[in-house]
Design a protein around this ligand. Sequence first.
Ligand code: 13P
Length: 232
Amino acid sequence: MDKKLIVANWKCNPTTFKKAELLFDLIKKGLKNIKNVEVVICPPFVYLTTINKKRETSIKTGGQDCFWKKKGPFTGEVSPDMLKDLGCRYVIIGHSERRRYFSETDTMINKKLKLTLKKKLKPILCIDKISQVKKDLKGISRGEIKNIVLAYEPLFAIGTGKTASPEKAAEFNLSIKRILGDKVLILYGGSVSSKNARGFIQESGFQGLLIGGASLRAKEFIRIVKNIDSLR
Ligand code: 13P
């Protein structure tokens, strides 16, 4: 079985450095013998330095966003080079919360994708509609698309406890593969828990998960990763 990818998106949590450190320590301790899953933790930027120092090579890290320029007078922004320099391998791009609360457009997302690919940082592109795929990936070659991870996050499922049905999710998965080929890795995100995680992999055919709320509860997150790790 190919390794599955499980990404923890901590979003704007936890509120203190101490809590972030504790959460990471618990997760790291609980995931010592994981073989079939690559785990990526995406904490707020301010915790990345410490977490990158503490992590072992089996756990990877990522940013929750980045800018489309490598440096300069862009107050508040963080560049792909900066993330790479800290040891991050991944970066989430185009999360629906960025599109919604920070007015990120497909054009901005497209520029971010191009720079992260150039810098060899793996983007995790979040979408909730098929129509976003073409706009977000405009001008990006087939060869480069293989280096992008896609995450299907239906809006109604984010933080609501509701999930897409396995059939609907599978349909979305297939539609993306029809457009981008079957080499592209696709994650499911939206109210993932230890109760439903396996279904998205086994029934809907996703290669991994993007987890928000449940990744802030160490025991639950560890349970999800172990559930997927034990799949045959
Ligand atoms: P929840 O798992 O809290 O629904 O969040 C999903 C998400 O937005 C991950 O990026």
